[in-house]
Ligand binder design. Structure first.
Ligand SMILES: Cc1cc2nc3c(=O)[nH]c(=O)nc-3n(C[C@H](O)[C@H](O)[C@H](O)COP(=O)(O)OP(=O)(O)OC[C@H]3O[C@@H](n4cnc5c(N)ncnc54)[C@H](O)[C@@H]3O)c2cc1C
Length: 478
């Protein structure tokens, strides 16, 4: 009998746990360790952040799902992994600790939202709101509605949306948020009372941490930059790109850019800036009691897997698709895997740049919900095959340089007037050896419209259904 422990219940962890349970007989144990009592459907927090959806519509209780499916559930935060002795120490939510033993461990703990990397950033100890957790998104929605009240009284309001650090990722979520704000204000007849500015570490609009993209649209080949700029011009947004936010004060964001290390300031009444991501602070302790976290994890705390981490030093022009991991197996401890945001990427996808004072400014690689699900799925299949005696090493692979991504970016929530940009790309990491524009133009396209919103709304219900492990859940793609 084998025991697989999954840390985290986001897209990666939940997908891994469900697939493990499906692929393993009842004599094997699957246990999820998570601080959450509820699963949260992250993409819809954009709508929570503009007060157009109640946060409860994005969540469901995990305990009944795990009970029905025969998945063990430890409600706590993993504190330390002891990889020589195969156990995890967990701080339980109701108090106390538990030693959870494993034969295989899947770390799917997602990001630590590293607000602390930017002074004054974030809702808890700073001056900006966030849509990265359910509570924060609900608070953002309340703060946003206060701005609406001010505009209704005739005031003009300055809004700043984007990223709060030179190495941040997840520009897509901020892109959705800025468009949902504009859509909501337009519906309320208030858009002309808002000065809305995009502030981002992307070197150009539409970079999204994937080095931008060239897409096929209506028979033409269009740069994603033009697509993004057109959507910003249509709504009257200003934009500042290539920016690293150095400090946020009440109503003021200080930043430097790739072109200037001079302190520049953007004032705001309301700001939502995505923080830098780091790995969650789990320690790895060896059999001698020594802390080996620095050996197993990248400097940002994300777990190293089967990527080529020497490639970062080779420089942008020498990066190859082989740098990217395929099995997500840790190379020191073969029974440990990382899935979703928790694995350390070998290097950025976008071309690195820096401010004149050397501060790095580059959008970090995104690992969207789709990628997190795909990776959680292949890791689960590999572990299940090993346990079932079908393989002696991980055989299921999913490199971001070999799989594509589909993204449905909401640009307004309404079943009759809403809109979303539907963008597909293959592969996520561009391959200029195989494709002229880095990606297969037959599989890289984009369009925008009301049908996109219907698809976005459908995905909300489909994925919540899937993550609940309801009948036929496995038929819904990752
Ligand atoms: C507002 C927003 C909108 C987005 N929209 C989209 C979209 O439309 N499409 C898309 O593809 N992607 C979208 N994304 C990105 C997507 O949500 C992420 O890629 C995805 O959530 C990553 O999944 P994950 O499982 O790796 O991490 P997470 O979803 O962050 O899950 C991590 C899990 O680990 C748990 N955890 C943390 N620390 C510990 C610990 N010490 N011990 C145990 N458990 C721990 C967490 O509580 C959580 O359950 C969006 C992101 C945001 C913020």
């Amino acid at each position: 009998m084998a025991k697989v422990v999954v840390l985290g219940s986001g897209f990666a962890g939940q997908t891994a746990a469900l697939n493990l349970r499906k692929s393993l007989g009842k004599d094997h144990e699957v246990v999820v360790v998570t601080p959450n009592k509820k699963f949260g459907y992250v993409p819809s927090w954009v709508w929570v952040g503009v007060g157009r959806m109640d946060v409860s519509e994005t969540q469901f209780e995990l305990a009944p799902v795990y009970k029905r499916m025969g998945i063990g559930y430890v409600n706590g935060l993993a504190r330390a992994v002891h990889p020589d002795d195969n156990y995890v120490m967990v701080d339980l939510l109701e108090g106390g600790e538990e030693k959870v033993e494993y034969d295989y461990l899947i770390n799917a703990t997602g990001p630590k939202l590293n607000y602390a990397a930017t002074e004054g950033l974030g809702p808890d100890h700073g001056h900006t709101v966030s849509i990265c957790t359910p509570n924060h998104a609900a608070e953002a929605g309340e703060e946003y509605l206060k701005m609406v009240e001010r505009m209704e009284r005739g005031e003009e309001v300055k809004m700043l949306i984007g990223t709060g650090h030179g190495m941040a990722t997840c520009q897509g979520a901020a892109f959705e948020y800025i468009h949902n704000i504009a859509f909501d204000l337009e519906e309320r007849g208030l858009l002309d009372r808002a000065k809305i500015t995009w502030l981002s570490n992307e070197q150009a609009l539409g970079d999204f941490g994937v080095g931008g993209m060239v897409i096929g649209k209506g028979g033409y080949t269009v740069s994603g930059k033009i697509f993004a700029e057109a959507s910003f011009m249509e709504k009257g947004f200003g934009w500042i790109t290539g920016a690293h936010v150095t400090k946020v004060e009440e109503g003021k964001a200080h930043y430097i850019t790739i072109d200037s290390a001079e302190d520049q300031v953007e004032e705001f009444d309301f700001a939502m800036l995505i923080p830098a991501f780091a790995g969650v602070p789990i320690k790895y302790i060896n059999k001698d009691g020594n802390d080996i976290t620095g050996e197993l994890c990248a400097p940002n705390g994300m777990l190293k897997v089967d990527a080529d981490y020497t490639s970062a030093a080779k420089g942008f022009d020498n990066w190859k698709k082989e740098d990217w991991p395929e099995t997500y197996q840790n190379q020191t401890y073969g029974n440990i895997y990382a899935a979703g945001i928790s694995f350390a990427p070998p290097h950025p996808i976008s071309k690195p740049a820096a401010a004149p004072d050397g501060t790095p400014i580059v959008a970090s690689p995104p690992r969207t919900g789709m990628a997190a699900g795909i990776i959680g799925h292949v890791v689960a299949l590999s572990v299940a095959d090993i346990i079932n005696g079908k393989a002696d090493k991980p055989v299921h692979t999913a490199s971001m340089a070999n799989f594509g991504a589909a993204c449905v970016a909401s640009m307004g929530k309404s079943m009759t007037k809403g809109s979303a940009a539907v963008i597909a790309m293959f592969p996520v990491v561009p391959d200029y050896e195989r494709f002229e524009y880095g990606r297969d133009m037959d599989a890289t396209f984009g369009d925008q419209g009301l049908a996109g919103h219907w698809l976005k709304a459908l995905l909300h219900h489909l994925f919540i259904y899937k993550m609940k492990g309801k009948f036929g859940w496995w038929l819904i793609p990752d």
